[in-house]
Write a new protein. Structure first.
Length: 626
């Protein structure tokens, strides 16, 4: 009765029941009553467009936990209604929210409560609980509905008979045998529908990937006996015949067919495997010879068990030109340009030219690439370059010519190189010339969940090169440099970024090595708070001339505060010197971050902790984090 009375008051004030009173009221009193009624009416208007009969609801679930509870929450309609209402109430506080929220009436709450026990029982069955006891209550106190469900799972359903097998020629396939003995689906274990579905999916994939594309399940069922708390599982598949790769036809005219055939990692007659077709498609696309690649398997045209394959392609433009502008506090404004000739002959050879100009470096290079071995990833490169750099406080001019083999090797990217380098550099009042023949090896590996903006990933690189004193090499030396970076997620929008770099040089006569072979620290990608390449041993004139050892480390935390805008805090330490334990210079600071289409834009203000003459330094950089 109390509920109905309150409802009538609301409808009266909302104008649904209007009573005309004929008693004469003084005008001043009438105006005062109108103002009071209008004010009360505004108070009774629900914010955000809520219906008049909306009730508040709370739901409690007890007695279960873990995955069982999560599934009950997903399946329980009354629980989801309460969650949606809570979210709607929070959103209604926002002035930007104009949408009408769904109402929750007393009748609807009671209706959801009536089906709750059935939904709970269904939600627990996939976990082997077919006889739970559910104590359900629904009460209304102080104007709020409260539903409570105390659940006793009861005895689990135990597997009594399990039959999982494959008939036909596929029964002897090693990859299929590896799927057959699942340890979680054996007699005596608790019934778990998830394990059953997972095993069924794994068996399907194993059969298909082994070439048994006509495989089918002749029996797949779970038989449950609730009164005995027992269940039987039957999962029997007929593999059918094994299919093989048939002839491959590539529709293209820009390359020799024998060269295009090298992109495939399978041969005619090998067991049909759809994953290898995907790898084939990606390899052709990543080669930059084709802009579109479509692979069509013609199962209906199979000759026996060989499936013919047709590859339709569209060639890319033979030439690509690039140009760009950039800025960094280490280099100042910079301009870059490039030209790539993607196929200068039908054997897939490529040539590329690059130009870079900034206040500290001017660089021009060319490289000629010849695909070898695995043509999708391996190449033989011939390079030539000329550059003029300002390294530390030394002006240098370099001329390089070299060759390298670039290939994938045991999970790493490996480069074996041989370079002839001639360098002229000015130190003090004199000019020196250095000629070096340098063999070297470089190993690198990168993993990132997102190449431009990773939340989890790492990169490592090791570079070892050197030379032996000869008519073409000034001195005997060995140069080793290792760098590593890692990105780890912090909360929902934050990241932890770690960076380190170590290096060492052993030389018969270090003074004969040119600046490009020495170590320097300081700058945007090194120790922030210090000038670019300013941390190194100094000569008598106070010029940075480079050191024999390098040690750099950095810890940074960034967080996106609003959309693509964020902030960061960091601490860097490092130095370059002529001793292994050179005193580390430290810097710390804060910065702004913006996720742009070309990579993270970083604007940092850093304070050097070991240099009283330089209080703060601005660092600006753009690019990927790994």
């Amino acid at each position: 009765m109390q509920e109905n009375s309150r409802f009538r008051m609301k409808t009266k004030y909302m104008g649904k029941h209007i009573h005309l009173l004929h008693t004469r009221i003084p005008p001043r009193v009438a105006r005062l009553k109108c103002l009071i009624l209008a004010f009360v009416g505004l108070l009774l208007i629900p914010s955000g467009g809520w219906a008049l009969d909306t009730e508040t609801l709370g739901v409690e679930i007890a007695g279960i936990s873990g995955d069982v509870r999560k599934n009950v929450e997903i399946q329980l309609s009354i629980y989801n209604a309460a969650q949606e209402q809570e979210a709607g109430l929070l959103e209604s506080l926002s002035l930007r929210n104009k949408e009408k929220k769904p109402d929750l009436s007393a009748a609807k709450i009671k209706r959801l409560h009536r089906v709750a026990e059935k939904e709970i029982r269904q939600a627990m069955q996939p976990f082997g609980y077919y006889a739970p006891e559910v104590e359900a209550k629904l009460e209304q106190t102080q104007g709020k509905w409260q539903a409570a469900y105390n659940i006793t799972p009861g005895p689990p359903t135990i597997l009594e008979h399990v039959e999982i097998r494959v008939t036909g020629p596929g029964s002897e396939e090693p990859s299929i045998k590896a799927v057959l003995p699942p340890t979680t689906i054996v007699p005596g274990e608790k019934l778990d529908h998830r394990a059953y579905e997972q095993t069924k999916s794994q068996l399907t994939d194993a059969l298909y990937n082994a070439g048994y594309i006509d495989a089918r399940f002749t029996r797949s069922e779970i038989r449950v006996y609730p009164s005995r708390h027992r269940a039987d599982i039957y999962l029997i598949a007929d593999s059918g015949p094994q299919f093989q790769f048939g002839p491959v036809t590539v529709e293209q005219e820009i390359l020799h067919q024998a060269f295009v055939d090298k992109f495939a990692t399978f041969e005619r007659g090998a067991p049909f495997d759809s994953s290898k077709l995907i790898d084939y498609q990606l390899a052709l696309t990543d080669s930059n010879y084709f802009s579109e690649v479509e692979i069509i398997t013609k199962r209906e045209s199979a000759s026996g068990t060989e499936i013919p394959i047709t590859v339709k392609t569209k060639a890319t433009k033979p030439r690509r030109y690039t140009a760009g502008l950039g800025f960094g506090t280490d280099t100042g404004p910079r301009f870059s340009a490039g030209a790539e000739f993607r196929r200068i002959n039908k054997r897939g050879h490529k040539i590329r030219f690059d130009l870079l100009a900034s206040s500290v470096e001017q660089f021009f290079s060319s490289q000629y690439l010849v695909p070898i071995k695995n043509v999708a990833s391996d190449n033989l490169a011939f390079r030539a370059s000329v550059s003029q750099n300002h390294i530390g406080d030394i002006d240098t001019r370099q001329f390089k010519f070299g060759t390298s083999i670039n290939e994938n090797w045991r999970g790493f990217r490996r480069q074996l190189s041989l370079t002839l380098e001639r360098e002229n550099f000015d130190i003090g009042d004199g000019t020196q010339t250095s000629t070096l023949v340098i063999p070297g090896i470089q190993l690198s590996r990168t993993y990132a969940d997102n190449q431009l903006f990773p939340r989890s990933g790492y990169s490592v690189q090791l570079n070892i090169h050197g030379g032996l004193k000869s008519p073409l090499t000034e001195t005997t030396f060995l140069h080793t440099r290792m760098s590593a970076r890692a990105v780890l997620p912090l909360a929902r929008r934050g990241r932890l970024l770690l960076r380190t770099e170590l290096g060492a040089i052993r030389a018969a006569n270090f003074s004969d090595l040119p600046p490009s072979q020495r170590f320097f620290a300081g700058g945007d990608q090194s120790v922030r708070g210090y000038a670019y390449q300013d941390l190194s041993p100094k000569n008598s004139d106070g010029d940075a001339i480079g050191g024999e050892y390098l040690s750099v480390a950095s810890v940074e935390v960034d967080y996106l505060l609003y959309k693509n805008f964020g902030a960061a805090m960091f601490f860097d330490a490092g130095n370059a010197g002529n001793e292994i334990l050179t005193e580390l210079k430290k810097g710390t600071g804060m910065g702004l971050r913006y996720r742009s289409p070309v990579g993270m834009i970083r604007v940092d203000v850093a304070h050097p902790l070991d240099d009283s003459s330089d209080n703060f330094r601005l660092h600006i950089s753009i690019g990927a984090d790994l």
